[in-house]
Design a binder for this molecule. Structure first.
Ligand code: TYC
Length: 99
């Protein structure tokens, strides 16, 4: 894989790789640790051990990388986090940024 985001086909044509987006969970003072672990397992498909590690990283460092996805998948995941958090009375938020 080249390190830039372009694959050169010939002198005239450039095919751009689809961009990828990092999705982060953000810390807050109200969401329970168990709920964040549940979100990481159910929405981000982490194991219980991975989910615990990521939750503690967010708790200590204010955010942690949870996965890297296409734009559409990243947006969908962020909406799912927001909806599930709201339904459970928590302010938990996820954000995305271009890789
Ligand atoms: N800081 C929260 C607490 O002490 C736990 C927490 C972890 C909240 C990760 C959000 O993304 C988060 N209950």
């Amino acid at each position: 894989m080249p390190t830039n985001t372009h694959l050169e086909i010939n002198e005239e044509t450039l095919l751009q790789y689809p961009k990828k987006y990092k999705v982060f969970l953000l810390n807050d003072d109200y969401t329970s640790m168990d709920f964040v672990v549940d979100i990481l397992m159910s929405i981000f498909h982490k194991t219980y051990e991975q989910a615990q590690d990521i939750m503690l990283e967010v708790h200590k460092n204010d955010r942690a990388l949870c996965g890297i996805y296409s734009y559409e998948i990243a947006e969908t995941i962020i909406m799912q986090v927001k909806r599930k958090a709201k339904d459970n009375g928590f302010p938990l938020k996820a954000t995305m940024e271009e890789e």
